[in-house]
Design a protein around this ligand. Structure first.
Ligand code: NAD
Length: 264
């Protein structure tokens, strides 16, 4: 195995993977040969349609609807996956939400939800799988952070705090598992046009008093020197590389895939 991973026989769990970046990573891992557990909210029909689409790659693809805000639901997801697939070799902590608001008006419930989903769910997942990965001597834990793990923007207090925290967790886990063949890394995307980004455009327009078109041009793409959105496939390719043997010595780090945003 080299730079591009053959993941035949590996089992992967990807949180928040019925849409956007998580779904792109699911496609990438399944095409590389991994069995995949998808997770997300949404209707039974939508989830089944997504499951079937990913399963077209020919590997075993399961769906688990655990609410990642709830530690006991996360435990259930891990237990059910072990029952159905045996081991868990790859975990992608991808689930995340956003809320845009000035700090003095930031809803307390949104703060709690963002911390629970964008940070604590990665802790609960990692805590549950680390022991078995250590025993098996192989594992990949990939945390989807953000350019906002490295730099801040106004009106995103909870998100920026959670993503900075996620990178701290990544470093600690990387160190703890370093001698056991298990790596833990973060990927920090710039703006990717997914439902998460589309949904914050109207609120950003309101908070800054500008139009939605101006948000895209003057806020989102203004941040990225390439003046292009990052694609879901580019994030999936980075995750795939981290799963390869070529990346076995990369651990505890944070890989920016952000069109040069955080180089500025
Ligand atoms: P998205 O909104 O397209 O997808 C989110 C997924 O999470 C969906 O599958 C949804 O069903 C699921 N989900 C939401 N709440 C859940 C819950 N409580 N329990 C279980 N699943 C739940 O989001 P995205 O843009 O693909 O973002 C994925 C990750 O990438 C997030 O962590 C986000 O912060 C990060 N990110 C995104 C961008 C971007 O520009 N889109 C940039 C940097 C980082």
């Amino acid at each position: 195995m080299g730079a591009s991973a053959s993941l035949d026989g590996r089992n992967a769990v990807i949180t928040g993977s019925t849409s956007g970046i998580g779904l792109g990573i699911a496609h990438g891992l399944a095409r590389a040969g991994a069995n995949v557990v998808l997770n997300g909210l949404g209707s039974a029909e939508e989830n089944e349609a997504v499951r079937a689409e990913v399963a077209a790659a020919g590997t075993k693809v399961l769906f688990n609807g655990a609410n990642m805000m709830k530690p006991e639901a996360i435990e259930g997801l891990i237990a059910e996956t072990r029952e159905e697939l045996g081991s868990i070799d790859i975990v992608v902590n991808n689930v995340g939400i956003q809320h845009v608001s000035p700090i003095e008006e930031f809803p307390v419930g949104k703060w709690d939800a963002i911390l629970a989903l964008n940070l604590s769910s990665a802790f609960h997942m990692t805590r549950a799988v680390a022991g078995q990965m250590k025993e098996r001597g192989w594992g990949r834990i990939i945390n989807i952070a953000s350019a906002h793990s490295l730099v801040a923007s106004p009106y995103k207090s909870a998100y920026v705090a959670a993503k900075h925290g996620l990178v701290g967790l990544t470093k600690v886990v990387g160190l703890e598992l370093a001698e056991h063949g298990v790596t833990c890394n973060a990927i920090s995307p710039g703006y990717v046009l997914t439902p998460l980004v589309e949904a914050q455009i109207p609120d950003t327009a309101k908070a800054r008093g500008i139009t939605e078109e101006e948000v895209k041009r003057d806020v989102l793409l203004e941040a990225q020197p390439t003046k292009q959105f990052v694609t879901v496939e580019q994030i999936a390719d980075t995750a795939l590389f981290l799963c390869s043997e070529g990346a076995a010595q990369i651990t505890g780090t944070n890989i920016a895939v952000d069109g040069g945003w955080t180089a500025q």
